[in-house]
Design a protein around this ligand. Structure first.
Ligand code: G
Ligand code: G
Ligand code: MN
Ligand code: NA
Length: 255
């Protein structure tokens, strides 16, 4: 497999692009941010989703330069949108892989990218999975603390699928829990098991963390999560991930 060389060439040839999925406030439906999602515009294979190359990029280490490109481009785009409407709430969420987070200079990279883009730190949210965040080492806690000192927001992605211990969760300076899609799927329609989604919303509330529900596809799920007090959501019910031009139009189009 030539994938490492392919990924390197893709980066050099500017074949990666970001799509942006809106994040909605559940109480009033306003778009309050986006999650940047990586795509590979391959010259012959068309638009390749991350599932087909992110784990290989991790294995080869190519996720480091690719991840840095993602961070740079997402911050540049967010700063551009905020420049056009500075008073609008707008947070840009970026997925960070374990390997990126494990880089010695990760916090320096974040600081430099923010400075170069002019994006205010609190407009950036770094999303990491539980296994990455909840690693109970002093280095890990020091890195999270440094990122908080820079001023960025931290979110735990796919929350509820890993093995977070509640006592760790309390120690870590996390702002947001993203409720995994599997718990949202169980709300309304055929099945109706709200227990886990409700538990995560309440956990967030008692720890002073906000909650974002992922993968909302039906109005029943939207209504159930709003009733539970979940603050924000993403999902096909509101919008699929959009190319930058369309995402910018969503932002300026009101709502
Ligand atoms: O966009 P899509 O639903 O196909 O994304 C599938 C998976 O790829 C998700 O788990 C998402 O977190 C991951 N992913 C998308 N963009 C990025 C990225 O820029 N960096 C990393 N590390 N993962 C990403
Ligand atoms: O792991 P992460 O949460 O970063 O993955 C986000 C992925 O979820 C993206 O690839 C995005 O395309 C996908 N996604 C977003 N909304 C929905 C949805 O409503 N339903 C489904 N099935 N997938 C979704
Ligand atoms: Mn994510
Ligand atoms: Na997720």
């Amino acid at each position: 497999l030539q994938l490492e060389a392919d990924l390197r060439r893709a980066l050099e040839n500017d074949e990666f692009e970001l799509h942006y999925q809106p994040t909605i406030r559940l109480d009033n439906g306003a778009v309050v941010g986006f999650e940047a999602l990586l795509r590979w515009r391959h010259p012959t294979r068309g638009l390749v989703p991350p599932a087909e190359f992110v784990s290989l990029a991790e294995a080869t280490g190519m996720i480091l330069p690719i991840g840095q490109w993602v961070l740079t481009e997402a911050c540049r785009q967010a700063a551009e949108w905020i420049g056009a409407s500075p008073d609008r709430p707008m947070t840009m969420a970026v997925n960070v892989s374990g390997r990126q987070f494990g880089q010695d200079d990760f916090a320096d990279i974040v600081e430099r990218v923010l400075a170069e883009s002019g994006l205010a730190p609190e407009r950036l949210c770094l999303e990491m999975t539980e296994s990455v965040v909840m690693n109970d080492t002093e280095e890990n806690l020091a890195l999270l603390t440094r990122l908080k000192a820079i001023g960025v927001k931290l979110a735990i992605d796919d929350f509820g699928t890993g093995y977070s211990s509640l006592s760790y969760l309390r120690r870590f300076p996390v702002d947001t829990l993203k409720i995994d899609r599997s718990f949202v799927e169980r709300l309304g329609q055929q099945s109706d098991d709200a227990t886990l989604a409700r538990t995560i919303v309440q956990l967030g509330q008692s720890l002073g963390m906000s909650t974002v529900a992922e993968g909302i596809e039906h109005s029943e799920q939207f209504l159930a999560l709003r009733r539970m007090g979940c603050e924000r959501a993403q999902g096909y019910y509101f919008s699929r991930p959009l190319p930058a031009i369309q995402a910018g139009a969503v932002l300026t189009g009101g709502r």
